[in-house]
Every structure is written in structure tokens, then in C-alpha cells.
Design a protein around this ligand. Sequence first.
Ligand code: 13P
Ligand code: SF4
Length: 359
Amino acid sequence: TASTLELAARIAAAKQILGSRAVVLGHFYQRDEVVQFADFVGDSFQLANEAKAKPDAEAIIFCGVHFMAETADLLSRPDQAVILPNLAAGCSMADMADIDSVTECWEQLEALYGTEPDADGRVPVIPVTYMNSSAALKGFCGEHGGIVCTSSNAATVLEWAFQRGQRVLFFPDQHLGRNTAKAMGIPVELMPLWRGNKVGGGNDAQTLTDARVILWNGFCSVHKRFTVAQIDKARAEFPGVRVIVHPESPMETVDAADESGSTDYIQKAIAAAEPGSTFAIGTEINMVQRLAAQYPEHTIFCLDPVVCPCSTMYRIHPGYLAWVLESLVRGEIVNQITVPEDVAVPARVALERMLAAKP
Ligand code: 13P
Ligand code: SF4
């Protein structure tokens, strides 16, 4: 439509004036109208690294969701402004764990397991937060000997954690935690879901005593929709189909798929495939549709027949991108994301541990 073209022209014009003063980072789930203006597109791990690489820009316009922009602020230079084009672009999974509930959980776990290390020097519990969490939770991990992970390094990070702790408290995404720990050989029975160790809602004492990974009760509303039935249907209709799902999908779905991996993993798997391959993908629809258009030599479709966008990623409308860029042209910084220093200092500790953790 005219307005889409008009917005594209406005964004291009503002970018041209700003030149290297502004860099636009975009997550794979962003719509095409936004992705076309991104100077770098990637998964959440790559985007964190890109911010840490400290591009020669005064402003980093982050086309993604709030926790990603916070991470960019934590890792970028203090004089760089990180801008989230629409402040309402959050993540419903990240909102499922807040600092007060995690602190309360932590206190209950300390009461249960104590705080003394074992003979090997391993503390009772290491907190691990998925990147998809507030800066406050990353700060909590920094302060309590813990670490951050993304979907592309979760196994490496869990190994790091088990070198230092007897068990892990993993939040907010139960599925990434369960899928990763299971792939590392930890039996599912040793992964209770945290429901509050309270009368009426809790796990029994023995379950918690034996626990290796205590999973927070969070999930992604996009990825929880992918099912074994969808995979069975895809296999019936397309014999030889390669099924790849994001590890935020439920365990049964990941088990039934051929592979699971981060958005970058999915992209690379498709890029490296023999022409004429067929892929059924379990991740966000904007990304799947873009891959299908980008690789016409393959057949690529989303496992879920009902269009399943990440509604908050989708809140980065090109109109907002035009607005923040034009504001910059006028010398105005709008929608800046700034993590307060008292949270930022420990949050950086947890992020730097992640960036330093090696497989
Ligand atoms: P990636 O780390 O794979 O980019 O995933 C981010 C995300 O929000 C998936 O839902
Ligand atoms: Fe959050 Fe899920 Fe959207 Fe990723 S896809 S940003 S986890 S709601």
C-alpha cells in the first residue's frame, strides 16, 4: 500500500541522513518491512554480541523485544543510546518470572538445601536465567553465582553451571530448561516444575531433594502451540520432510522432531541443505515465511497451520521505526532503554559469564 511505501521511503531517508550515527539491529522474528532496514539480523545471542561489538554509532535502534534492548544497553558503550521503537514490545514469557517471585523461590530453596558447598566445592543451587528475562533477573543471577543462557548456548551454560553447582534453578522457560537438560542425559523425573514449595501447591520434599534442575513454570505462547500431531501430519503429507523446532517447544514436540535449535540454527540448517529439501519448521511465522521466500528451491512451511506471530515482536511497526529515526535526525532520543546501574552491574556479570562460557 501507499503508506507502506511511504514509510519505507521515510525510514530510508532518515537512515541516509544518520549514516553510521545509527545502527539498526533486528531479530529474525521481525516483519519484512522492518528487517529490510536492519543493518544486522540475528538470533538473540548474535544480537547481544553485535551490541557488545560496540558499533561506531551513537544510537542502537533495537527492533526486537524489551529484554533484548535491555541486554544491548548492558553490553553497549555508556555513551550509546539503545532505542526500542515501541515500548510495548515485551515478551510474555519474560513477564512470567519477576524478581520478587524468583527471590521468594530462592529463599525457599536456601531453606531446603542450605548454602554450604559440597566436598567438591559445588554450591547447592546455581540460578540460570534464559536471555528472555528482565535485566533484574540477570542481575539476580550475577549476584548469586549464576549465569544467562540463550537457546543457542543453553547446553554449554548448563555444563558451566553443573561444574559449580549441584543443581540448577532455571527460569523463565520450562521447555528450554527441560529440553536442554534432557539432551544432556538428566532424567525428566529429576526436573520438577517449581510451583512454590508450599502446602497445597508444592512438590513433595523427596522430589525436591533429588532435583537436578528446578524448572520455572514459564513458557512461550508461540512455541507451546507446536505439537506431535502437527509433526505426524507433516510426515504423512511430505515423506522425507525435515522437522526442525525451536527448543522453546514442549518436550514431546522436540522429541518427535528431527532437530531443534535457535533461530540462527534453523536459518543455517536451511541455508546448508540440498536444493529441493522439504522443511517443516516450528518457530515464529514471520521468520518461516521469510525463509520460504528466501529459499524458493526448498519447500518450507510452518508446522502450525494457524498463523502464529509473536504478537509483541510484531508491535515494532515500521511507523515506529520511522518515528525514532526521524527523531534522531532532529537530535531527539525517544524510547531510550536504560538499565539502572545498580541492576546493570550484576546483570553484566551474568552476561559476561555467558559470553565467556565455552563448549
Ligand atoms: P533465539 O535466541 O533463537 O533468537 O530466540 C529468541 C526468542 O525469543 C525465541 O522465542
Ligand atoms: Fe517471547 Fe515467545 Fe515472542 Fe520469543 S516468540 S519474544 S519467547 S513471546
